[in-house]
Structures are given as C-alpha cells and as structure tokens.
Design a binder for this molecule. Structure first.
Ligand code: SF4
Length: 348
C-alpha cells in the first residue's frame, strides 16, 4: 500500500535541448516520447481520486516541457479542470531567445491558471544555455508572474554566471577556473540538492566525496519507495517513487488501483530495496550478474543503486520495474577528472 501523495512532478518528456552531466532523469535530445494529453488526463484524474487536492500540488517538468508548448498549455489546463494545483512549470530557459515570445508563452500559461515558473540555473545547465537566455526568462517571468511567481534554482549560480560571458555557454571547467573548485563544490554539495542517481554518478562522481559500497549496505528504501508522499509520472505513465529515476512501481494511468493493489512480489528488485536493503541488492548483482563495484566509490546510496540497476538492465529485461529501459542507456557521459593539483587532495 502506497501512502497518498502530497506532491509530485509530471515529466512531459525526457526530451531536452541539453544533456546535463547531473541530470537525474538522463534527459537529452535523443528521447522521442511525449506524454499524451489523454494519458495526462488519466494521471491527473488518478491523482485527484487517490490523493485529493494534493497539499503541495504538482509541477510540470521534463526534459524541457517548453519544447512542445501546445501540449504543455493543454496539460496545464487539464490540471486546473481537475483541481490539481500546479505549483510551477520548470524550464531551463534554452528556448528564451526572444523576449516577446517568452512573455507571450508565460502569459498564456498564466491565463490558464499557472502562478509560478521555476527557472534552472547551474554550472551544468550553463554548459548548454547562455546566461542571457536565463536572464530573458527571469525578466519576462517577473513581468508576468511577479516576484512571488519566479523561482530561480539556484540564485547563487545565476549571480555567478551574470559576471561571466552572458552570450555564450560556459564549459564546466571554465566555471571551475573562474570561481575555484572549493567554492563550486561547496555550493553544489550544500545548496543544490544533488542526487547521485541519474547521470551524475557516471560523469561527475569524482567531484564529490566518495564512499565504498559497504557504506550504504544497511540502507533500506521502503520510505522512499512507498511513504515519501512524493512521486514523478513519466510519458509512459510510469509511477516513479520519490526521486528514484529508472524505477517504476507500475502504470500510473490508473493510479488509485495501482496504489491500492501494488503487489511488490511482482517487483523483486523493489522488494529487495524496500525489505532487505542495498547490501542484498549488491550481493545479488555480484553473484548473479557479475557486477563489479565502481573503483572510486559512490556519491550516495542512489548512485550505488542506479549503478547496480544499470548493470542488471544491460544483462536482462526480466525486471519490469527497471523502466523505462532507455533511461539506462542515457545515463552515461564523459567522466570529469580533477586537475592533478586537486586530485591528490581529500575531496570533501
Ligand atoms: S537507493 Fe534506489 S530505491 Fe533507494 S532512494 Fe535511492 S534510487 Fe530510490
């Protein structure tokens, strides 16, 4: 039995104009699938039936939801029809090349009942999106939604980038040169709510303090999987518990039925994570699938979890909770290595 949700996010697509190193959902331009308006209606009806009005509401996100603006607007309207409050729509502002177009799209959403926009700003986004576009989005959003309706995630990064080249993208290494690794590590580790699941483990693990797998063996994830009150819904209708990208509890297009009748015996990896813990998952993966631990260690328990799941997904398709399977193909990338002067220091 799953605890009713007080908040959640609807991923309209995993498709994105960027391919951020830290992306929890492995988004990129390679993805094709979008959530159909019909399926969005079913998910929103289910949310309404299963969780009432939702205390904190949902957010509409991606991928980059503005890549299909008519669909985003339609889903915003359906949420209002179903009395499910939309807390905000999330954007990376990559599409904000023109001030009047940006303002027009925000105004249409506002007229459809939206009260706030969340605009992403981070060293990872800045590798793909010039800060000028982020500033265009912020200006238009302030005019349309007012100061209360503009959430910048994270404002400290935007302040830093406003002092760099605003017309062009900024590679991560240039950002580190400009502000120093220690400052960057401090903000990213403490103010960004980084989760080591998704692409981060494969690309920027070495930026963080790493621990051996045994460090996480005692963790059981029953709260994250069933009782967090927070979930995400993807374009296939997958119910993704909390922030456990790549795990599906089932088809959220009939959410009340799924929440009431979830049979975890049919989801053996989920059952293992919830009841036995990560140590058991690790031992099973080594024993049955020849899993080799990451040589440098893991950022957090979710990095260990996703690393094991990715390996299992490459060996078998028999675990239907590993969904969408394409997620596991999309969470690779070039590995960041600390410059020599830094790599010999303890990373904290
Ligand atoms: S370790 Fe796995 S199951 Fe547990 S919270 Fe992280 S992603 Fe979810």
């Amino acid at each position: 039995m799953i605890t009713p949700y007080h908040s959640g996010g609807i991923l309209l697509s995993y498709k994105c104009n960027s391919r951020c190193r830290h992306c929890l959902y492995g988004c990129s331009s390679k993805w094709r699938k979008w959530l159909s308006v019909d399926d969005a209606r079913k998910i929103l009806e289910g949310i309404r039936c299963a969780s009432g009005q939702m205390q904190h509401g949902i957010h509409l996100a991606g991928g980059e939801p503005f890549l299909d603006f008519p669909r985003l607007l339609a889903i915003q309207r359906i949420a209002v029809e179903h009395c499910v409050p939309v807390q905000y729509v999330e954007t990376n502002a990559g599409w904000c090349v023109n001030e009047s177009d940006t303002k027009q799209k925000f105004s249409l959403l506002k007229n459809a009942g939206l009260n706030a926009i969340l605009i992403s700003s981070s060293p990872f986004h800045a590798e793909y999106i010039p800060v000028k576009r982020v500033l265009t989005a912020v200006k238009a959003a302030l005019e349309v939604f007012g100061p209360e309706g503009v959430l910048i995630w994270v404002p400290q990064f935007l302040q830093q980038f406003a002092t760099l080249d605003s017309e062009n993208t900024v590679p991560f290494e240039e950002y580190l040169d400009a502000f120093g690794i220690d400052t960057a590590r401090h903000i990213i580790s403490n103010g960004y709510s980084m989760i080591g699941g998704g692409r981060a483990g494969a690309t920027i693990a070495n930026f963080f303090h790493l621990s051996p797998p045994e460090h996480f063996f005692q963790h059981k994830c029953d709260d994250d999987l069933f009782r967090s009150g927070h979930a995400h819904f993807d374009p296939w209708g997958n119910l993704i518990p909390s922030f456990c990208s790549g795990i599906s509890l089932g088809d959220a297009r009939n959410l009340p039925h799924l929440m009431k009748n979830l049979d975890i015996n049919r989801l053996p990896l989920v059952k293992m994570l919830a009841q036995d813990g990560l140590g058991e998952l690790y031992n099973m993966a080594c024993r049955d699938f020849d899993y080799d631990p990451e040589p440098d260690g893991y950022i957090d328990k979710c990095h260990l979890c996703v690393s094991i799941r990715k390996h299992i997904a490459s060996r078998t398709t028999r675990f239907k909770e590993l969904a969408p399977l394409e997620f596991y193909n999309q969470i690779h990338g070039e590995k960041w290595e600390a410059p020599d002067a830094v790599s010999s220091m303890a990373l904290i």
